[in-house]
Design a binder for this molecule. Structure first.
Ligand code: NAD
Ligand code: UDP
Length: 318
């Protein structure tokens, strides 16, 4: 039986990956310092054979006893609100955390997979974004702490591949949504769904004409798993090319919830990318992967999840 270490395993994506790895018959060591994640995300796995939880900050050196076959490095604040509040931790986990995770993979002769991001393309001047595009990032802007940390993490990963011969994969994840996002993590899906469900105004930033392309978590996990098992050593975009404006997205969520929330416009955050859409030709050709879950279906389960969480929170306060 093989064994996977998943850093950031108690977060949104990490917890779904822990489940997938267990379902594929691997043992899982979930390493997380609970900075933006929660034990609730993996509470249902704690009693499962082959699942271990290790509370640790991966920006500090760490060891894992016994054999390790895969290291999946997902630890990092991921919501703009989180990484603006945690700039130093974000830079540290992308640099030192990546270095420590690569060191673990090297010591164990394990395959390493880095969770990178569409943010390495910054506010892109090429559209849609292919993996060959080098990006347009402001290194000293407030988002630079995340973008540059991930760009450094990619460079470090490729250096370990070239210098140490480490077997590496790099996934560039585009906006992904689904159950287990934190209600108040500030990203657009939890924000709009929570606002629509509670009848609060839906806060569209800027004119709402900026675009994003949203991928459902099950599709993303399938793409990551295929990449992990493939022989593709170059960075690979995984995301859903279905692009829409944020204003259209707000209207879609409002209709899906059946809400009467008004839409209000708030200032656009500094360096907010104007467009974003993955070119997934490589994933299609090399991994035989493309997203399958339509937005309406993905939103249905996401809305049901947030409805249940908000009901629990209300019950806890009465
Ligand atoms: P998340 O905030 O839910 O999960 C991140 C997890 O990392 C949390 O559990 C947090 O506690 C943990 N963590 C942070 N710093 C740590 C540290 N120093 N040591 C140990 N654990 C630490 O966010 P997510 O959406 O699940 O994102 C997971 C990964 O995927 C991140 O690396 C993120 O950059 C990347 N990503 C996500 C998206 C997306 O749309 N969700 C898009 C692009 C990239
Ligand atoms: N956004 C918004 N209202 C919100 C939260 C976000 O209009 O309450 C916008 C944000 O300005 C960006 C897009 O939605 O243009 C996606 O934001 P998110 O924070 O989810 O991720 P990003 O793609 O910017 O990393």
């Amino acid at each position: 039986m093989s064994r996977a270490v998943i850093t950031g395993g108690a977060g949104f994506l990490g917890s779904h990956l822990c489940e997938r790895a267990l379902a594929e018959g691997h043992q899982v060591v979930c390493v997380d310092n609970l900075l933006t994640g929660r034990t609730e995300n993996v509470a249902h796995l704690l009693d499962r054979d082959g699942f271990e939880f290790l509370q640790h900050d991966v920006s500090k050196p760490f060891e894992v006893d016994g054999p390790v076959d895969f290291v999946l490095h997902f630890a990092s604040p991921a919501s703009p609100i989180d990484y603006l509040e945690l700039p130093i931790q974000t830079l540290k986990v992308g640099s030192l955390g990546t270095h420590n995770s690569l060191g673990l993979a090297k010591a164990k002769r394990a395959r390493f997979l880095l969770a990178s991001t569409s943010e390495v393309y910054g506010d892109p001047k090429e559209h849609p974004q292919k993996e060959t595009y080098w990006g347009n990032v402001n290194p000293v802007g407030p988002r630079g702490v995340y973008d540059e940390a991930k760009r450094f993490a990619e460079a470090m990963t490729m250096a370990y591949h070239r210098y140490h011969g480490l077997d590496v994969r790099i996934v560039r994840i585009f906006n992904t949504y689904g159950p287990r996002m934190r209600v108040r993590d500030g990203r657009v899906v939890p924000a709009f769904v929570q606002q629509a469900l509670t009848g609060e105004p839906m806060t569209v930033f800027g004119s709402g004409q900026q675009t994003r392309s949203f991928c459902y978590v099950d599709d993303l996990v399938e793409g990551i798993w295929r990449l992990l098992m493939s022989d593709l050593r170059e960075p690979c975009n995984i995301g859903n090319p279905h692009e829409m404006t944020i204003l259209e997205f707000a209207e879609t969520i409002r209709a899906a919830v059946g809400s009467a929330s008004p839409i209000v416009f708030k200032p656009l955050p500094v360096d907010d990318p104007q467009t974003r859409q993955p070119d997934i030709t490589q994933a299609r050709e090399r991994l035989g992967w493309e997203p399958k879950v339509p937005l309406a279906k993905g939103l249905e389960s996401t809305i049901a999840y947030f409805r249940a969480v908000l009901a629990e929170q209300r019950a806890a306060h009465v």
